[in-house]
Design a protein around this ligand. Structure first.
Ligand code: NAI
Length: 687
């Protein structure tokens, strides 16, 4: 049983003991009910304290139990809560560190609650596309008031216990000595006659609940129409105000079950588990020792180098930033300083913290003074000869055991590793722009990368707050290799008679943060043009993106030139459909004998998304990605794929791989062998 039980001076203390966060798994649930029954039977026990051992009161549901029969095994959480609520002896929840989700619902079923400062209090279920399923929506508004409770339930936001000190949630608030103080309090309330107070017997007090709930509906819920959970949560709170407790509870239950079966919650839960799974690297020897990383060097103070340096500064690493001249070094420092200043101005960072970060930064010229750092991340121009030269120099100056990383997007990392005498120390750390903002980091495993270098890279990613996904070496790694196919389909569509704005509109209504043409205008059309020219030279039979090439030949590089697939007004990012592009397309269509036709949103979405899926399948076949959920993480965190659709591979599973393959074949494309074999066996990407 994952609980501990001890009686001292007439008080039974029940401690949840299911590390790391005392999740309410089956054995914990049984443990609570058994302990309550034991305390009720023991004539010596007058009052009961319920708390958590270790670092939490309780973090709620035990995630390890999700999708297993244990999750539904009796006693369910509602049975546990009923045992507490009906207990004839007073039960005091003693809250510290974390009381979230089911953990907070547990505390709400107790007769009294006491707490210490610093505890995170939340009903965070909406973040998983659910709503609190054990009375949270009914009890919280009854005890802390409608407005605060609705805010917490509908957004899932976590609030510090001290901010709720006077909310009514806690009967006593202590500075420390939680368990001793809670026991004293339990003795005090036990001397009062029962029955003891139950939150369910209270009413929600508010002068104008209809108006308030309507305000939340329009200001919060209506702004995220794809997410059904906040809407359901709001309905449940409405029931808490206007219906009997048990009716509200029944409504909450119905919503919970409906959401649990819905695709959005499934997607969000998939994304949550994908993040945990991505950290596992199957073939790493058990107990691989990590290298110590205290000091970091970044080569190149351009767009990426400055962002990468900031990632490390933000996490407290001293950073040496290397450039080729004093002026460029000073310019890079200036870029970083201005970025911090802007954040300070917005009130999102204190001046003091900004200065501490700047104090960790040292600009250097060349490689002379970086030899003592533990990790160097190279982010110079994308030029193979330059990178090879630099890696040879790094080989000469870097201390033994230092990790030599490159941020290259397209170059062959194995070829770079081959120029050093210690290829096992070379790894790719592929950040996404802006590097200090984007959560994704592709950790690129070269043919000779040592296991401890890979494991340390994953740990570094965690330390700098990134979601890391391991990729093998190939052109574009996971993300860019797939996006190239997606981009090619977008190009084909305009070559076959669609307007860029039609394609963008379809993809944005599917939920992509930005359509492919707007995205290309933002990134700079010249960048993909340069890559295409390299590919045409390497492989003259490669498919050509002729319209995009003509666009670049006309100097329409995107937002930076005020003209790309769209026109832009000076200093504005709003895309305006461009007459010049229309003419360019019409000329092209006339030359090729293409008749313009209207493409449905579904057709556009299928062509682009299934191109991603197909390339993802090939990436899996080749072992470039270890699992389909890793690919989804790349797309959710680096490419603006809608979270509520779970990523391209998960989405393909929800459409059904048979339908994916059929649509591809109808469009004249043969699906990847993996898709075909999964269709044959009735399988899916994500088991
Ligand atoms: P950038 O042109 O903005 O910056 C490159 C910087 O490297 C320049 O400031 C240059 O002075 C400096 N540099 C050149 N030779 C150097 C040397 N020997 N020692 C020290 N510094 C030197 O380029 P950007 O965009 O920052 O790209 C850098 C790398 O990151 C490239 O490999 C690129 O493929 C990769 N990358 C770029 C992304 C992007 O969105 N721009 C995204 C992910 C990776």
């Amino acid at each position: 049983m994952s609980t501990e039980y001890q009686v001292t001076d007439g008080v039974a203390v029940i401690l949840l003991a299911n590390p790391p966060v005392n999740g309410l798994g089956y054995s914990t649930r049984v443990g609570i009910v058994d302990s309550i029954d034991r305390a009720v039977k023991d004539p010596e026990v007058k009052g009961i304290v319920l708390s958590g051992s270790g670092k939490a009161f309780s973090g709620g549901a035990d995630m390890r139990e999700f999708n297993t029969p244990e999750a539904r095994r009796d006693p369910g959480l509602n049975t546990v809560l009923a045992a507490i609520e009906d207990c004839p002896k007073p039960v005091v929840a003693a809250i510290h560190s974390v009381a979230m989700g089911g953990g907070l619902e547990l505390a709400l079923a107790c007769h009294y609650r006491v707490a210490v400062p610093g505890a995170q209090i939340a009903l965070s279920e909406v973040r998983m596309g659910l709503l609190p399923g054990a009375g949270g929506t009914q009890r919280l508004p009854r005890i802390i008031g409608l407005e605060r409770a609705t805010n917490m339930i509908v957004t899932g936001a976590s609030v510090k216990s001290e901010a709720l000190k006077d909310s009514g949630l806690f009967d006593r608030f202590f500075d420390d000595e939680l368990l001793a103080n809670a026991a004293t309090f339990a003795r005090e309330v036990a001397s009062r006659p029962g029955p003891y107070p139950r939150i369910r017997d209270r009413r929600v007090e508010h002068p104008n609940p209809e108006a308030f709930l309507e305000f939340v509906r329009t200001s919060v819920v209506a702004k995220q129409p794809q997410y059904p959970a906040p809407q359901h949560a709001l309905q449940a709170v409405h029931a808490a105000v206007f219906q009997k407790f048990d009716e509200g509870l029944a409504q909450e239950r119905r919503s919970f079950l409906e959401l649990m079966e819905g695709s959005v919650s499934k997607s969000l839960r998939h994304a949550f588990f994908a993040e945990r799974t991505a950290q596992k690297i199957d073939d790493l020897p058990n107990g691989t020792a990590l290298r110590t990383i205290d000091k970091v060097a970044v080569l190149g103070g351009g767009l990426m180098g400055t962002g990468i340096a900031m990632c490390f500064l933000n996490a407290g690493f001293p950073v040496k930033l290397s450039e080729t001249s004093d002026e460029l070094a000073a310019k890079a420092v200036g870029t970083i300083r201005r970025s911090y200043e802007a954040t300070v101005k917005k009130g999102k960072l204190s001046q003091d913290v900004a200065e501490k970060r700047m104090a960790l930064l040292q600009a250097v010229v060349g490689l002379k003074n970086i030899g003592d750092t533990d990790l160097v991340v190279e982010a110079v121009f994308e030029d193979m000869d330059l990178k090879k030269t630099l890696f040879r120099e790094l080989d000469a100056v870097m201390k033994k055991g230092a990790i030599l990383a490159s941020n290259t997007s397209t170059l062959d990392l194995d070829a770079i590793a081959d120029v050093v005498s210690r290829p096992a120390d070379v790894v790719g750390l592929h950040f996404f722009s802006p590097a200090n903002v984007m959560r994704l980091l592709e950790v690129v495993r070269c043919a000779k990368t040592a296991p401890d270098v890979l494991a340390t890279s994953m740990q570094i990613a965690k330390r700098i707050g990134k979601v890391a996904v391991v990729s093998g070496v190939c052109d574009g790694f996971i993300g860019n290799r797939m996006i190239a196919k997606y981009g090619q389909q977008a190009q084909l569509l305009v070559q076959q008679g669609a307007y860029p704005e039609e394609v963008d509109r379809a993809m944005e209504s599917f939920g992509m943060a930005m359509g492919p043409f707007r995205m290309s205008d933002l990134a700079g059309n010249d960048i993909s043009w340069a890559i295409r020219k390299r590919r045409y030279a390497e492989n003259p039979s490669a498919p050509r993106s002729e319209v995009a090439d003509r666009l670049c030949e006309a100097g329409r590089f995107g937002q930076k030139t005020g003209a790309g697939w769209y026109d832009y007004k000076a200093d504005e990012r709003k895309p305006i459909p461009a007459q010049a592009v229309k003419e360019l397309l019409e000329t092209y269509w006339a030359e090729k004998g293409v008749t313009r036709r209207k493409y449905s949103q579904d057709e556009i979405v299928q062509r682009l998304i299934f191109a991603l899926v197909d390339e993802g399948a090939r990436i899996l076949e080749e072992g470039i990605a270890a699992r389909a959920s890793d690919i989804d993480l790349v797309y959710l965190n680096g490419y603006g794929f809608p979270t509520w659709r779970g990523g391209p591979m998960f989405y393909a599973d929800t459409v059904g791989l048979y339908s994916v393959a059929r649509a591809m074949e109808q469009g004249g494309q043969a699906p990847a062998a993996l898709i075909q074999s999964l269709v044959a066996e009735g399988g899916s990407f994500i088991s």
